[in-house]
Design a binder for this molecule. Sequence first.
Ligand code: C5P
Length: 265
Amino acid sequence: MSATHDGGRQEVPVIETTTPSEPTAPDAVRNISPAAAGLPPEIRAKMALALDVDDLVEALRLARRLSPWFGVAKVGLELFVAAGPDVVGALIDNGFEVFLDLKLHDIPSTVRKAANVSGALGVRYLSLHAQGGDEMLRAGVEGLYAGARNAGLSEPMAVAITVLTSDADAPAHIVPNRLRSAVEAGCSGIICSGVDLKTVRELSPRTLRVVPGIRGAGADSHDQPFPITPEQAIKDGADLLVVGRAVTLAPDPAAAAALLFKDVE
Ligand code: C5P
């Protein structure tokens, strides 16, 4: 059975945050964190869950479990290689928008064709690597739009990767240069680290800003050199927040999501 957004809420444990000095129920009900019940629809739509697993069943289980917090499911290389394109339809059937994070980077003709197929699958977002240059990016955008149009679907968004956020040594001029290249090629969005958010917003206010590296304050940042909390990312202008290991590696992913988003408004 497909999980609906509302249906997913029933599975979420309620986390109470009463302090010893607080009165007991019914007043204690006021102290239940809103994040424990999921996020409001407009915030949930900004949250992309990175399903970096190698199994379709596990991916769907995680996605359904975390659906109160995430409106977008991100399919990266690992899951796509393991499960193939069917994973996109399965996630859409479960009520998610899909971010296909294939970081396309090849000759323009190949990128155009891969983007075309992606568009026909019904993805909402597709990533292209801006290192591939203007012509490649333009081919990707055109292919993506054509694929969706020919399948009778609404227009998806091409998002360009500036630099991988695991690369802390990228020179400073790279992000503005690649942003310009992506915008000129017709990309709708840019993927950048939290430290580049303000610059990207200043240089191109209307470009969708996608930010990986989301972590709770003081949490393990793994290989992300520029972790940023969700509330700070939103404050700095993030439109789509990519969250992976901060919740997927937790023993209780739903509790981890509730904790991660406890200060998000
Ligand atoms: O687990 P974590 O929250 O660090 O996941 C980050 C996700 O964002 C991964 O799926 C990774 O592929 C993706 N990503 C990234 N840096 C980019 C683009 C995408 O880390 N520039």
